[in-house]
Ligand binder design. Structure first.
Ligand code: HPA
Ligand code: ZN
Length: 333
C-alpha cells in the first residue's frame, strides 16, 4: 500500500510555501542573514511544534517566515519544496504564499514573487512539475490591507493564478473580504478560501455565496444537509489536510477524520499537506496515515489522486493528460 501511494501520480492543491520551511533550511537561511532564532537545535524546534489550535501554530509559522529576506531565500524555500514534490510523485502543485507576512516586514512584493516563481520555472524544466501560485490574503488583517496587496500584485499578474484567504479563521469571516475578492476576480484571479477549519458552516456558506470560491480549503465543518447539497451541486472540491487537522486538533485522531463520510455524501475530496514542515509529513505521509486510519482501498486512493488533477486549475487538456497517467498507473497496480 505504501509503495502504491508513493508511486501514485498526484497533485497538491493546498500547500503554504511558508509552511514547507524545514528547520534545517530555516537555520541555514537565518545564519546567512545574520538573524538570531529562538531555537538552538532541531530537537528544540520539534518540541516547539506542538499545537493546541490554529493560532498556536500561526504564531510560530509567522516567526519562522521572518528569516526570509532576499529573493534567493524565497527561491531556496520553494526549490526545497519542489524537490520534495519530485520525490513524492507530485506532478502538479498549486502553491499558496502569504505576501503580507513579508511586505509587512519591509520585504518587497517583487522579491517574494520573483524568488518563488523562478524556482517554479526551474522545477518545471528539471522535473517536469507544473505549478500555479495562489496569493493568499491574511484574514486577521483588514480588507484595506488586502486591497493594497492586490494592487502590489498587478505587475506580476501573469505569475499568479488565484487568490486565497488564510490565517486566523474565527472572528474573521469570508464576508470581511467581499469587496477585495470581487476586485480580484475582476483582475482575472480564481477565488479560493480557507473555510470551516475552525470556523462554522456559516463561513463555508459565505465563501460560496459572497466570495464565489472555486474550491474550499479544509471545509471540515460542512456537515449540514443543505450545505453539502450545495457544494455537490456546484461541483467544488474540498482540499483536506489530514495531518494538519490532527496537529491543530481539528480532529481528535485520524480514525475520526470525516473524509470517508464526505466521500459517501458525494463530496469531492483531495488530500494535501498544508504546512508539511510543521505537521509531521509531506503529502505521501498524509495519504499513508489516512489510509491506515480509515483502511482506504486502492480504488479510494485512486479516486483521491484523480480528484487532485480534476479539481486543479489546469486547462482541460492538461488535466486529461495527467488523469490518464493516474488511470494507467492504477490499471497496472
Ligand atoms: N489555516 C489557516 N491559515 C493557515 C494555515 C491553515 O491551515 N496554514 C497556513 N496558514
Ligand atoms: Zn492551509
Amino acid at each position: 500500500m505504501q509503495r502504491f501511494i508513493r508511486q501514485l501520480p498526484k497533485a497538491e492543491l493546498h500547500l503554504h510555501i511558508e509552511g514547507s520551511f524545514q528547520p534545517e533550511l530555516m537555520f541555514a537561511i537565518a545564519q546567512r542573514n545574520n538573524i538570531k532564532i529562538k531555537y538552538t537545535s532541531i530537537e528544540e524546534v520539534k518540541e516547539a511544534y506542538k499545537f493546541d489550535c490554529l493560532q498556536d501554530f500561526l504564531d510560530i509559522y509567522y516567526a519562522g517566515a521572518g528569516v526570509l529576506i532576499t529573493e534567493a531565500d524565497f527561491y531556496d524555500l520553494t526549490w526545497a519544496y519542489l524537490e520534495s514534490c519530485a520525490k513524492e510523485n507530485v506532478r502538479h502543485t498549486e502553491i499558496m504564499f502569504d505576501p503580507q507576512t513579508h511586505t509587512d516586514r519591509g520585504i518587497a512584493f517583487e522579491t517574494v514573487i520573483s524568488g518563488i516563481s523562478k524556482a517554479c520555472k526551474a522545477a518545471e524544466k528539471k522535473f517536469g512539475i507544473t505549478s500555479f501560485l495562489i496569493m493568499s490574503y491574511l484574514r486577521h488583517l483588514s480588507e484595506e490591507k488586502a486591497f493594497k496587496t492586490l494592487e502590489e500584485s498587478l505587475p506580476f499578474k501573469h505569475l499568479i493564478k488565484a487568490v486565497g484567504l488564510d490565517s486566523s479563521e474565527r472572528g474573521n469571516p469570508p464576508s470581511k473580504f467581499k469587496n477585495v475578492f470581487e476586485a480580484s476576480i475582476k483582475e482575472g484571479y480564481v477565488p479560493v478560501a480557507h473555510a470551516g477549519e475552525e470556523g462554522p458552516a456559516a463561513y463555508i456558506w459565505e465563501a460560496l455565496n459572497i466570495l464565489h470560491v472555486r474550491r474550499i480549503d479544509h471545509g471540515n465543518n460542512c456537515f449540514e444537509d443543505d450545505l453539502i447539497e450545495e457544494i455537490v451541486k456546484r461541483d467544488i472540491a474540498l482540499t483536506i489536510c489530514p495531518l494538519s487537522n490532527k496537529a491543530l486538533k481539528v480532529v481528535d485522531d485520524l480514525k475520526s477524520h470525516p473524509v470517508k463520510k464526505m466521500i459517501e455524501r458525494g463530496l469531492k475530496v483531495t488530500i494535501n499537506s498544508d504546512d508539511p514542515a510543521y505537521f509531521g509529513g509531506q503529502i505521501n505521509q498524509n495519504y499513508i496515515e489516512l489510509q491506515e486510519a480509515l483502511d482506504l482501498s486502492k480504488e479510494e486512493l485512486f479516486e483521491l489522486a484523480k480528484n487532485s488533477f480534476q479539481y486543479s486549475f489546469l486547462d482541460e487538456l492538461t488535466k486529461e493528460k495527467y488523469i490518464s497517467e493516474v488511470v494507467s498507473f492504477y490499471s497496472k497496480n
